[in-house]
Design a protein around this ligand. Structure first.
Ligand code: ADP
Ligand code: MG
Length: 732
């Protein structure tokens, strides 16, 4: 099917072949998987004589008159009168001049919209229009883009018909008993019913099966790669057990091969870890405990851990990471924590030094100690800034094992760093860290003992679970979905007009008079860094003369020298600046608890995730904090976005909303459009199906990544996902 050209179908000549290829249809297989965009359900058709104002309905009618003209303010207006045998329908289209060609006199069309009364005239404005030709059937499929290429939707339906009748029975690579269990129809029926359903229920069943297939292919690939890594690498069975009572290990892979050994009591006890958590002045959140137990289970298993830890800013990821490092250290292994920038590495170093002060690490005879003897736990910082002589000393001590935990930047993997016995690696990735880099890291960190260390990747950018399962499907997933208690919530408001804008700056002055500080984020402008900087400088000058007149105002943008930037931040931290006018450079890593107001200008230009990150710069101290979104734009899209932020400070809720509003394109990002693309499945709408696909993929792959038990499926996977696609998927 994949190799039979469409030209073999009835009615497809040279011209049509070309037109079809324009919309990406080359083969019979392509046309069978060219799915309808929507369906006209004739059973829901309403006679015009029955239609009432305010009702949304489907009307089938023939065009009697169609006219194109311009309104006074220059917009085009197409007016149509259509008749269905019982009454007339008046339809208007704004800014769609092409409708006058589409809806010529005599054309029969389906109009879907709401009947409204406008200046005493009943009409539909900008309804959905489908030309269904003389097709019969209760449910009429409407194919996408077909008009643009000059192929009416009923012609595609005809070709599909012919293709279906000649394709014979379509093979199903998934065994029947699987399908029964999953409540899925077989593939042959699904392909038929997606094109020619006799009810919407049948259509839904068909869609479910075909969407499942798309998701399963993706998951199979991810699980395959995960199992391959697991089989080809040997990890460390750390001597550790879960200590917070979450004994049920998350099933990592389904085959018996991968059952971790039954947790018994750990030989060395879980002393260090336990003592450390007991030393904290607060209780861990349940989410933190669950995360630590999941990590303990993974560390105990001989399969190297590859786990993604997702948690909103402030959810307490650092402590979870530190817990993991200590699990390694208490068994005599070393730990490494890698940050994306020097500043963040230094911040981590400060935090760790403070938290670990006075703790002991188990000694070892190599270090001239007797068994059982303990020594001070040693944490060191290794970045590009460290002077050569000191670096040499640090490298020596890492090699000998005298350093227990090292904190650093990418320098940790790019340098000739050799560990005595690295057991745990934490990567704090502010942004994305591709599979490729993870592989390099694994390679480099495979130290003397030849075993792969366990690896935890932390991210503060919430991604909806289903999307994470797809983009990071080769990693296990832990989500910190709970904030430590006692945070002061941030009040978010949207200023929609000049009057409210003034009120915002009243609040700004008020807070500053109370000794608090303020950020003002400049409008996002397109262009080079220089253009951005210029516009920020102008805004800084304007505000200094107007809304912020008489206050100590500072400016921060990306074009400033590093030293200059630090100086401004220092002055802000020391309260020598009241209000900091800034570009989005303050998005990450800035922590000034005394700042309580975040003003974001032209907020409609920012995405949800970015607004959420910016808002996270306030609410970091004991003071009530405020976030003001400034935007005078009134559109449905802006409304949805800004209202979401006003309504919620939950990063995961917002990420789901973002996915819903913008679609998967933004998350699957750089992935190439190709055969593996999701045509029917949606990560936002098919959450359950994504999860199901992952479970099934694990079941099918088991301990057999080459799919020997499912040769047809293996074959299909190869056909669908070329090596290029695989790479793109992993580069995210
Ligand atoms: P993240 O890295 O996820 O943004 P951090 O680990 O930096 O968050 O934690 C933010 C702050 O919350 C730190 O000051 C930390 O000490 C504190 N914290 C972490 N966990 C808890 C908890 N369970 N209860 C109270 N405070 C906590
Ligand atoms: Mg942190």
């Amino acid at each position: 099917m994949a190799s039979i050209p469409v030209s073999r179908l009835k009615g497809v000549g040279e011209k049509k072949t070309k037109a079809l290829s324009e919309i990406g249809i080359e083969t019979v297989f392509d046309i069978l998987t060219y799915y309808p965009r929507r369906y006209v359900d004739r059973t829901r058709q309403v006679a015009l004589s029955q239609l009432a104002v305010g009702e949304e309905a489907l009307v089938l009618a023939r065009v009697r008159r169609c006219q194109l003209r311009r309104t006074r303010n220059g917009r085009t207006l197409v007016e149509v009168d259509a008749f269905d045998g019982t009454g007339y329908l008046h339809v208007v289209f704004f800014n769609q001049p092409w409708r006058s060609k589409q809806l010529q006199e005599g054309t029969e069309a389906a109009f879907f919209g709401k009947l409204e009364r406008f200046r005493n005239i009943e009409q539909m404005s900008n309804p959905i229009v489908d030309l269904i030709g003389d097709r019969t059937g209760r449910i009429v499929p409407i194919y996408p883009q077909s008009e643009k290429a000059g192929i009416p939707t009923w012609e595609i339906a005809k070709y599909v018909d012919d293709a279906l009748s000649r394709a014979g029975d379509i093979f199903d690579p998934i065994p029947e008993d699987f399908l029964d269990k999953l409540d899925l129809i077989d593939r042959n029926s699904a392909i038929h019913l997606i094109h020619k359903p006799s009810s919407l229920t049948e259509m839904a069943a068909a869609r479910k099966r075909l969407a499942f297939d798309e998701l399963l292919r993706l998951q199979l690939m991810l699980v395959q790669s995960k199992v391959e890594t697991a089989l080809s690498s040997k990890g460390i069975s750390h001597d550790v057990i879960p200590i917070f009572g979450n004994q049920t290990h998350t099933s990592r892979l389904n085959s018996g091969l991968f059952q971790p050994p039954e947790p018994q009591t750990a030989r060395n006890g879980t002393d260090l870890v336990q003592r450390f958590f007991a030393s904290l002045p607060f209780d861990l959140t349940n989410a933190q405990k669950r995360a630590l137990d999941e990590i303990a289970n993974d560390m105990r298993s001989p399969i190297p851990m590859h786990r993604l830890l997702q948690g909103d800013v402030g959810s307490g990821k650092t402590l979870v990471a530190l817990g993991m490092l200590l699990m390694a250290v208490q068994g005599g292994y070393q730990g490494a924590l890698m940050a994306p920038t020097e500043v963040l590495a230094e911040q981590h170093m400060l935090a760790l030094t403070r938290l670990l002060k006075g703790f002991k690490a188990p000694g070892s005879s190599d270090l001239g100690l007797f068994a059982g003897e303990e020594r001070e736990l040693r944490v060191e910082l290794l970045t590009g800034k460290v002077p050569a002589a000191r670096r040499k000393k640090l490298l020596d001590d890492l090699y000998s094992g005298a350093i227990d935990i090292v904190v650093g930047t990418h320098a940790l993997i790019s340098e000739a760093v050799e560990f005595r016995n690295l057991g745990a690696v934490v990567i704090d990735e502010q942004h994305r860290f591709g599979v490729e880099q993870r592989a390099i890291l694994r390679e480099r960190s495979r130290s003397g003992h030849g075993l792969d260390p366990d690896m935890l990747i932390m991210t503060a950018t919430p991604i909806p679970r289903t999307a994470a399962m797809t983009v990071f499907g080769d990693l296990d997933l832990t989500i910190l979905d709970e904030m430590p208690p006692g945070r002061t919530p941030i009040l978010t408001r949207w200023a929609k007009n000049q009057e409210q804008y003034q009120l915002v700056f009243d609040r700004v002055r008020d807070e500053i008079s109370k000794g608090r500080q303020v950020y003002v984020v400049c409008p996002l402008v397109e262009g080079s860094e220089r253009v951005v900087a210029k516009s920020a400088t102008e805004e800084y000058q304007r505000l200094s003369q107007t809304e912020l007149k008489g206050l100590k105002v500072g400016l921060l943008h990306g074009q400033m020298q590093p030293g200059e930037k630090e100086e401004v931040m220092d002055r802000f931290r020391n309260q020598q600046i009241d209000a900091l006018v800034s570009t989005t450079v303050i998005e990450v890593g800035v922590d000034v608890p005394n700042a309580t107001v975040m003003v974001i200008e032209d907020a409609d230009r920012f995405g949800i995730a970015q607004l959420h990150q910016l808002r996270g710069r306030v609410g970091r101290g004991k003071f009530k904090s405020y976030c003001y979104l400034i935007s005078f734009v009134d559109s449905e899209e802006t409304n949805e976005r800004l209202e979401a932020l006003v309504k919620s400070t939950d990063g995961f809720y917002l990420a789901e909303k973002d996915l819903e509003l913008r679609g998967e394109g933004t998350i699957l990002g750089r992935r190439q459009k190709g055969r593996s693309d999701l045509k029917l499945a949606s990560l936002a709408k098919d959450r359950d199906l994504v999860a199901l696909a992952q479970v099934v993929a694990k079941e099918i792959v088991g301990g057999d990544p080459s799919l020997n038990q499912f040769p047809q499926l293996a074959h299909e996977l190869e056909a669908f996902i070329g090596p290029d696609d695989t790479e793109f998927l992993f580069l995210n």
